[in-house]
Design a protein around this ligand. Structure first.
Ligand SMILES: Nc1ncnc2c1ncn2[C@@H]1O[C@H](COP(=O)(O)OP(=O)(O)OP(=O)(O)O)[C@@H](O)[C@H]1O
Length: 286
């Protein structure tokens, strides 16, 4: 992975309710240009162009196997990609779908290990403690990973990513294995952390509603190419699914993903909207 050297300069806000840190560089934190990736005979990425601004929160949506994680791995420096195709400025950190904690190390040590090349032992411990407090786990520093709930383990994974103070945080479906309520709490936590630290985030997800609720920009990947983009400056508190522009974006994104809308019930009267007299009560309100 190549890193851009960019001059430090102030930058204007990219969103309605957050934006880059005042000290953030003026240029993009990541630039992907005509990026292709082949595994054997199969070309998984067929010419991706994507630029991520400092402080921007981008959601990457796509069907299973379309190449989302491949693109993320290239950005994270976990794949050998040509430097002219994938350039990243500053630090990156990744949180995956599985927390990937070392079970033989306590929570605190799992987070400290992300800093192995930095500072002295006391500094690493202090930063890990602070990161764990930020994700609400100050009390669990001495716990073993096996004693954590799924949501807690995912919080540790987030703390381990945050502790390196990334300019670009890469999240690869980090909420998909969580129950619905824990997922909502994690969404709120990610937004709080993002507002506070103002790093850019690339969130890989299958969940259209999660993407619409969290992102400034939703990018759809289809058959190795970006097929659709939606940008918004709507504050997150005003993105109810009923809002016409959100509903329209949802329909467009589903269309871009190849999901066809449910056809209207042919039994319903097109003028009155009423269904015929219910001979079968279980069908009466479909
Ligand atoms: N190291 C590899 N070697 C061979 N094939 C690979 C490798 N990594 C990924 N692939 C293939 O590339 C394709 C895209 O994989 P990728 O994991 O990027 O998809 P994805 O969109 O993230 O899928 P999912 O949503 O299911 O996680 C898949 O067909 C996968 O099998």
């Amino acid at each position: 992975m190549a890193r851009l050297s960019t001059p430090a300069a102030p930058r204007t806000s990219v969103t309605a309710d957050s934006g880059p840190h005042p000290d953030a560089p003026v240029g993009p934190v990541a630039v992907v240009a005509s990026h292709r990736r082949r595994f054997g005979e199969r070309e998984v990425l067929r010419g991706i162009d994507l630029s991520i601004a400092p402080g921007e929160l981008v959601a990457l949506l796509g069907r299973s196997g379309c190449g989302k994680s491949t693109l993320l791995r290239g950005l994270a420096g976990l794949d050998d990609v040509p430097r002219e195709e994938v350039r990243v400025t500053g630090r990156t950190a990744v949180a995956f779908q599985e927390p990937r904690l070392l079970p033989w190390q306590r929570v605190q040590r799992n987070v400290e290990l992300a800093l192995l090349a930095e500072g002295d032992r006391r500094d690493r411990a202090r930063r890990a403690t602070a990161a764990l407090a930020e994700v609400g786990l100050a009390e669990r520093c001495d716990a073993w990973p096996l004693h954590l709930s799924g949501g807690q383990a995912q919080r540790v994974s987030l703390a381990r990513a945050l502790v390196v103070e990334p300019e670009l945080l890469l999240l690869d479906e980090p909420f998909s294995a969580l129950d619905a309520l824990t997922r909502i709490e994690m969404h709120q936590l990610v937004i709080e952390l993002w507002r506070k630290h103002r790093m850019a985030i690339l969130l890989v997800t299958h969940d259209v509603d999660e993407a619409l609720a969290l992102a400034d920009r939703v990018v759809v990947l289809d058959q190795g190419l970006i097929s659709y983009e939606w940008r918004t400056e709507l504050p997150r508190t005003e993105r109810s699914p009923e809002r016409p522009e959100v509903a329209a974006a949802r329909a467009d994104i589903l269309h871009a993903l190849g999901v066809r809308p449910l056809p209207p019930n042919p039994d319903r009267d097109p003028v009155t909207g009423r269904l015929p007299h219910p001979t079968n009560p279980t069908r009466s309100n479909r």
